[in-house]
Design a protein around this ligand. Structure first.
Ligand code: HEC
Length: 156
């Protein structure tokens, strides 16, 4: 083998190494940028994996009602939409009226039996929203009659 050929081979080897190194550096840089831009994709904390699917929150509100779901507008609406419409219709929520304790109990029941996730620090806001906007109505039944003039049916 002539020394010139050997030299060429050496140069080619070096060239290949440089290409490999350049490739590795390029990939690393892209990976680094990706991780820097999407930190949540590499975390596994319960807060970030707890919401199975966040439904699109269409914000249109008319006469104090969120049109897409029928929820009353109020503080916590977004959180309620995000956490309470994944498994069942919003109607199942809005047709109910409960006290704060009642709502908490319903949430616990769903957590224990229906795989509802831990609502974390959003629970307070959600329960507040529900207890405020879907509280039991004070006069669910008619008031007790007073001042009645009784009359006796004539006997035949
Ligand atoms: C992981 C799924 C899931 C999520 C999320 C969820 N629920 Fe439920 N929920 C259920 C299931 C399942 C039922 C029972 C449905 C049925 O009986 O048809 C239910 C029933 C209910 C009921 C009716 C309870 C009854 O006694 O009839 C209410 C009210 C309710 N959910 C409110 C909520 C609220 C408020 C949220 C948000 C904090 C929520 N749900 C989020 C699964 C879920």
């Amino acid at each position: 083998m002539s020394s010139q050929k050997e030299f060429k081979q050496q140069v080619r080897k070096l060239y290949h190494k440089l290409i490999a190194a350049f490739g590795i550096i390029t990939i690393s840089v892209f990976l680094f940028i990706y991780i820097a831009l999407h930190p949540s994709a590499f975390k596994n904390s319960p807060e970030e994996t707890s919401i199975i699917a966040v439904p699109e929150v269409d914000g249109k509100i008319e006469n104090g009602i969120h049109l897409a779901t029928g929820f009353v507008d109020g503080e916590g609406l977004t959180e309620v939409i995000q956490n309470c419409t994944n498994c069942h219709s919003a109607k199942l929520v809005t047709q109910n009226r409960m006290t704060e304790e009642g709502w908490v109990a319903t949430i616990r029941w769903m957590q224990e039996t229906q795989n509802l996730w831990d609502l974390g620090d959003q629970e307070e806001l959600i329960v507040n929203y529900l207890a405020t906007n879907y509280a039991p109505q004070k006069k669910g039944r008619r008031e007790v009659l007073t001042d009645i003039e009784w009359y006796t049916l004539p006997a035949n």
